[in-house]
Design a protein around this ligand. Sequence first.
Ligand code: MSP
Length: 537
Amino acid sequence: MADIAKPSYYVTTPIYYVNAAPHLGTAYCTILCDVQARFRRAMGFDTMLLTGLDEHGEKVADAAAEHDMTPQQWCDSLVPAFTDLWKTLEISNDDFIRTTEDRQTRAVQRLWEVLRDRGYVYKGTYDGWYCVPEETHFTETQVRHADEERHTEGQHLCPDCGRPLERVQEESWFFKLSAFQDQLLELYSAHPEFVEPEIRRNEVVSFVEGGLKDLSISRTSFDWGVPLPFDERHVTYVWFDALINYIAAVGYGDDSAAARSELSRRWPAQAHVVGKDIIRFHCVIWPAMLMAAGLPIPERVFVHGFLMVKNSQTGAGEKMSKSRGNAIAPQDVIDMLGVEGYRYYFMTDVAHGQDSSISFDRMEQVYNTDLANSWGNLVSRTVSMSAKYFDGRSPQLPAGWGERPSPLRDIARGLVERYAERMSEFDYAGGIGQVMELVHAANRYIEDSEPWALAKDPAKADELAFVIGGLLEAIRVSAHLLAPVMPETSAETLRRLSLGDEADSCDLSAVCSWGRMPGGVALAKGPALFPRLDVAR
Ligand code: MSP
């Protein structure tokens, strides 16, 4: 039963091509969304995280044939590679949509009918170029320019990925994208937050200002797709189909009362998170489709950059991708950093709006500095000291102890607000950076207040209790705030403080208010949360 008092927060990942095994790039985008969803849940939003798979299209049909399978069998065989990895990486998706599901077919066909009734689709002939790996159409002019730039000598290559193009001449249904130029420009100017960061918005605006052409949105040369409800020889263009997943998952096309109420509760989405290579689809075509159907536009498309790796021959940074053969398998990083170290590195060391170079050296450095030496060390030192000086428990402190000034309390004041402001803008380095200030301050506080010396002097017993209580409190607050990025270690830390029940709190401000650490609770030392890495290379 939905809690109507809570605002909805609906966030989506792109649906990934089922054909290509997930790699660090796709995992990165999925974790980015997962952190936002976990953060929103902790802030009390009625949150929904959607991910899924894009399973139609010529590329999938061709691959299935090569493997002597039906396209459906082929897709089914590939799904576990994604669902297993998402589970390992602690992705908390509330739903998982596949474009081969009935709910997707129903939604796509409904949209076709609505667009036909509203006069936004028409039948014509498509005569141009098609890139099967990228599932994208290109005009004669685009191809000519790209060929000139690349000196391809008679061979026509994809302007985006450089692979050979297919000449397509077939009957096709078209979407009147050209009718939406003004409305789209109005959208970008009235709602600049619709495309973020700004550099991507500028790119989208200048693309639309350059003029829009109607879009070919059906194919007849193969049949692995959603058939048009009124012209069965045609199947829906794979991108047109894929974008509709975002509304299909929340009830579009289903007339039951439950589905209607889900649609009005969830739509429009608060955020679509996508890579910079697919912004035209999400920031131009998708809002135009919604405008044509009379549906509300999502609040924002947050565009992230690419993970880059160094080319071993040239030393230059290049996009990591399966087709370039430079993709790092997520398992290799998990083996080195553990899942939570993996999540921490990608979420805090990569600037999400830009391209970012990643390397194993840097992973080791971030892990050791922030997790092993700072956060993990703080937890183990503090719990050990408390256990040692207070008989395995947290110290008893007088009521109102949290009001007494201390360097930790000063940082903790307003921390949730500073953190939340950044986290809600997908600035995880900024948000987590705020928490790490508390962690670093707590480690310094240990050095400055020297609990081991206080423990030797019975006259300083109250002071010792205050210091250790403050440190435990800093750990408790930090564990809550780090939880969206590292859910399991935060839950484990709270369990060690006998506060396991707090882990599910959905009122971050209340749970993080300073001074709530109870006295006299049992503390568990446990093994190091982040054992130091010493990778011999
Ligand atoms: N199926 C379409 C999306 C349809 S959404 C309605 C698709 N799939 S994809 O599997 O090719 O890519 C999905 C996402 O992975 C894109 O957002 C893309 O930017 C991202 N990445 C692929 N390689 C990447 C990096 N090296 N770095 C970061 N993300 C990258 O496109």
